[in-house]
Design a protein around this ligand. Structure first.
Ligand SMILES: Nc1ncnc2c1ncn2[C@@H]1O[C@H](COP(=O)(O)OP(=O)(O)OP(=O)(O)O)[C@@H](O)[C@H]1O
Ligand SMILES: [Mg+2]
Length: 371
């Protein structure tokens, strides 16, 4: 049974001036629930109330009306706070301390034993790709490097609820991808993640549920998949260089559906292209004084979960990868085609099993590298 981690009911926040007169109505009648293991996106234009909502979830601001419950308790409860990790929208760090000292300081606030502290700090610094800069004062860091330390600080207590206010702001594309992969992995481990971001492509890649705010109100909400799916449009993706076959298919479809049919090559994303360029630069041993990329997730963030992680991820990851390979094939179209052509299904079953086996092996390899 799913467990409700966050419950927000009729939440309102009015900022008042010195004389108690309303200055800004930041949040206006907000209602939503977040279940354990969900990645929840809080979207909206500047000033729509995202950060104010987040601060009320953290117990840093009090609602004017309405209430927030986190793990069934008030957000001001200390036991609740211990289970939350927070990355604020602005990274504010003690500029004369280095990453080791900063993370050790935050770990001591959570009363993490000294031996564990050292391990976690080392693993986090490696995970965010700043091993070579661990002794440099963070005042010298670039914006994205400081953001990486902010992210490490948000995870130092191995939180059950992670609240990230614009986590990818200032990060380069490799950092963005790493943060997205990390969020997915944490959610698979049963962690709940709330994130606000203006980078919709990043949000689209990772969130399960979304709320779009405007002027403090919720304008749209629900499962991202159902919000984005255009039920009356279909894309069929297949590989061929046979121009004759393409012309035949195109002609058939045009005859059936009229001229309003597009035939074009799918494109890989700019993110994929960028990641390839960087990985080539890395394999050419080009050095950088900026962020380096370990691709490793801190081991303690995966602890006591190796078996569970494997069980939880194996099937789901395979599904994800299959989707990634052919994102344009919508499930319903696929099913329709399969129903119409049962023979094709039989013929291709063995091939698709072999492909899945191959993908399973590839994913297992990747997972064992990751772990
Ligand atoms: N401390 C404050 N005092 C007065 N008004 C505030 C305060 N904090 C926020 N506001 C106002 O509340 C509204 C919502 O602000 P909020 O920071 O929540 O927006 P946001 O959605 O996070 O925007 P952004 O995308 O720019 O981060 C804005 O009108 C803002 O001016
Ligand atoms: Mg904000």
């Amino acid at each position: 049974m799913s467990e409700t981690v966050v419950e927000v009911s009729n939440l309102n926040k009015v900022f008042k001036d010195f004389w108690g007169r309303p200055k800004a109505k930041a949040v206006n009648g907000l209602n939503f629930e977040i279940q354990k293991g969900q990645v929840f996106g809080l979207l909206g234009p500047n000033g729509s109330g995202k950060s104010t909502t987040i601060k009320m979830l953290l117990g840093l601001l009090f609602p004017s009306v309405g209430q927030v419950k986190i793990f069934g308790e008030k957000p001001t409860n200390l036991d609740v706070k211990k289970r939350i990790g927070y990355l604020p929208e602005e990274t504010t760090l003690y500029r004369y301390l280095n990453p080791e000292e900063i993370l050790d300081f935050y770990a001591s606030l959570f009363k993490i034993p000294k031996a564990d502290r050292k391990k976690r700090v080392d693993q986090l610094i490696e995970m965010v790709g700043l091993d070579h800069a661990r002794k440099r004062p963070v005042g010298e860091f670039s914006k994205g490097m400081a953001r990486r330390i902010g992210l490490a600080q948000a995870l130092i207590n191995d939180p059950d609820l992670i609240i990230l206010d614009e986590p990818t702001s200032g990060l380069d594309p490799v950092g963005c991808r790493e943060v997205k992969d990390l969020i997915r992995l944490l959610a698979k481990r049963g962690k709940t993640v709330i994130l606000s971001s203006h980078l919709l492509a990043d949000v689209e890649d990772i969130v399960d549920n979304v709320v779009v705010m405007y002027g403090g109100h919720v304008r749209s909400s629900g499962r991202l998949e159902s919000l984005l799916q255009e039920d009356d449009k279909h894309t069929l993706t297949f590989e061929t260089k046979d121009e004759e076959l393409l012309a035949k298919i195109s002609k058939f479809v045009s005859e059936e559906l009229g001229d309003d049919v597009g035939l074009k090559h799918p494109k890989r994303s700019l993110e994929d292209m960028f990641l390839q360029v960087i990985s080539e630069a890395k394999s050419d041993s080009i050095t950088t004084s900026g962020a380096d990329y370990s691709g490793k997730v801190a081991a303690y963030l995966q602890e006591e979960s190796d078996d569970v992680l494997e069980k939880l991820t194996q099937v789901e990851v395979i599904e994800e990868k299959v989707e990634e390979k052919a994102p344009e094939i919508k499930e319903d179209v696929f099913e329709e085609v399969m129903q119409e052509e049962p023979q094709v299904e039989e013929e291709t079953e063995a091939v698709s099993e072999a492909k899945q086996e191959e993908q399973k092996e590839e994913i297992n390899d990747k997972l064992s590298n990751l772990l």
